[in-house]
Design a protein around this ligand. Sequence first.
Ligand SMILES: [Zn+2]
Length: 131
Amino acid sequence: MNVYSGTALQAIARDAQNHYPLECCGIIDSHGLIHEAENIAEKKTQQFRISGGWFQRQQREHGIAAIYHSHCDRLAFPSAADMNGLVLPELPYIVASVIHGVCKHIGIFKLITRGSKQVFEPTKWWENNAV
Ligand SMILES: [Zn+2]
C-alpha cells in the first residue's frame, strides 16, 4: 500500500487549508485514507498535539501508516518541537506547509539515526498542482 498516494496527500492539503491559521493533524491509515484528529495543543497556530487515546483507537480500528500535520506560514520541515513531541517514531512523518492559506508543498520524512543524533530525513516532496 502506498501511503503517499496523490489522493491522500491532496486530502491532507485540503485539511491543512481548512484549518489555517491553525495547525491540522491526523493520520493516514493502513488503507491509505486520512483521519483527521483534534489538535489539542495550547498554541494551535504553532504546534499540534494528538491525544494518546485517539492514536490507540485509530491503531486498533484501522492501523496507522503515517502521521501528518500542517505548518502555517512555515516550510514543510519538522520543527524542534515536532522532534520533542514525537510519538510512533517508526512511522513516516508528513508535514504540509500552508502559506497565506494555500498548501503548495508537503514533505514526507523518516527519522534516522546519524552518529549519536536522530534526524528527520526527507523521503519525498509533493507539490500541489491543484492550487
Ligand atoms: Zn510541526
